[in-house]
Design a protein around this ligand. Structure first.
Ligand code: HEC
Length: 244
C-alpha cells in the first residue's frame, strides 16, 4: 500500500513540475538576453517579418524551439520578441542548443511544449556549426493561417475546393475558406452556422471534426484529423472569436 501511495506521490510531483516547467516558459515576458539552460551548445539566429502573432490565445506560445528527431516535445524554447511595430521585423537569438537537437523551428507550442504547428524548420544535425542562421522571410504566423495550412490544405481541399464541385458547396482553399465558414448557415445542420464566432459547440466545423456527428453523412469527418491538438486548435480558434 505504502509503495503505491509513494509512486502516486512521485507521479503527482512529476506532473506538477512539468506544469511548472511549461508555464515557466509561457510567461509572455520578453527576454533581452537569451533563455539558456547552460552556456554550452549552439546558437540559433532568426530574422524575418512576422505577422499574426497576436491572434493566439492563452495556452499557446509562438517560440523558437529545438526538437529531437521523432519527438513533438521541444527540448528548448524561447519566446519570440514582439515584432517591430509597422515593419513586423524580428531579430532573435536562442542559445544553449544541445547536441541532441536535430531541428530548430519557428513554431507554436502548447502548455506542455508540444508542437502544435511549425512555420519554419531547419535541420541542424550536430556538427553543422555553432551558429544556425534562419531567415524566415515573410511569414504569417496567425492562428487561422495555421489551420489553413495544417488542416484544410492537408486534409480537406480534395473534396472542398479542388473537386469539380465542392462538397456541401464549401470551398476550403486559401483565400476562400474564411468567408465560406464565418457566420454562414450550415447546408447540412438546420439552425447551425458553419462557424459561429465564440461558440465551437454550435459550429458544424468543430462538431464534425471533434464529435461523431457526421458518421452517417457518408463521409465521417471525425476520423480525418489524426492529432487531437489539431482538433483543439480548431475548437480554440472558434471559441476565441474566429479571427482571421
Ligand atoms: C472525401 C471527401 C471529403 C473530405 C476529404 C472532407 N469533406 Fe467535408 N464534407 C464532405 C461531404 C460529402 C459533406 C456533405 C455531407 C452531407 O451533405 O451530408 C461535407 C460537409 C462538410 C461540412 C459541413 C458544411 C455545412 O454547410 O455545414 C464541413 C464544415 C466540412 N465538411 C468540413 C470539412 C473539413 C474541415 C475537412 C478536412 C478536415 C473536410 N470537410 C474533408 C466531404 C468531404
Amino acid at each position: 500500500m505504502k509503495t503505491r501511495r509513494n509512486s502516486r506521490m512521485t507521479m503527482l510531483i512529476t506532473i506538477v513540475s512539468v506544469i511548472l516547467l511549461a508555464s515557466a516558459c509561457d510567461d509572455g515576458r520578453i527576454y533581452e538576453e537569451t533563455y539558456t539552460p547552460g552556456m554550452e551548445g549552439r546558437v540559433m539566429k532568426l530574422t524575418g517579418i512576422v505577422n499574426g502573432q497576436d491572434t493566439w490565445p492563452k495556452g499557446y506560445s509562438l517560440v523558437m524551439a529545438g526538437f529531437e528527431e521523432g519527438s513533438n516535445y521541444a527540448l528548448i524554447t524561447k519566446s519570440l520578441p514582439v515584432p517591430d511595430v509597422g515593419t513586423g521585423r524580428v531579430e532573435a537569438v536562442m542559445s544553449g542548443i544541445g547536441s541532441e537537437v536535430t531541428s530548430v523551428e519557428l513554431c507554436v507550442v502548447n502548455r506542455l511544449r508540444e508542437r502544435v504547428v511549425s512555420f519554419v524548420s531547419r535541420d541542424c544535425a550536430a556538427g553543422a556549426g555553432d551558429t544556425i542562421m534562419v531567415d524566415a522571410g515573410e511569414v504569417n504566423v496567425g492562428m487561422f493561417n495555421a489551420i489553413q495550412r495544417q488542416v484544410f490544405d492537408k486534409s480537406c481541399t480534395a473534396c472542398h475546393g479542388l473537386a469539380t464541385s465542392d462538397a456541401a458547396s464549401l470551398n476550403l482553399l486559401e483565400g476562400k475558406s474564411y468567408d465560406a465558414l464565418l457566420n454562414v448557415p450550415s447546408t447540412v445542420l438546420d439552425g447551425k452556422m458553419r462557424v459561429e464566432a465564440g461558440n465551437a459547440e454550435e459550429s458544424t466545423l468543430y462538431l464534425i471534426l471533434g464529435t461523431t456527428l457526421s458518421t452517417d453523412w457518408g463521409v465521417d469527418h471525425s476520423q480525418m484529423l489524426t492529432s487531437a491538438e489539431l482538433v483543439s486548435l480548431v475548437e480554440d480558434w472558434i471559441d476565441n472569436g474566429a479571427e482571421k
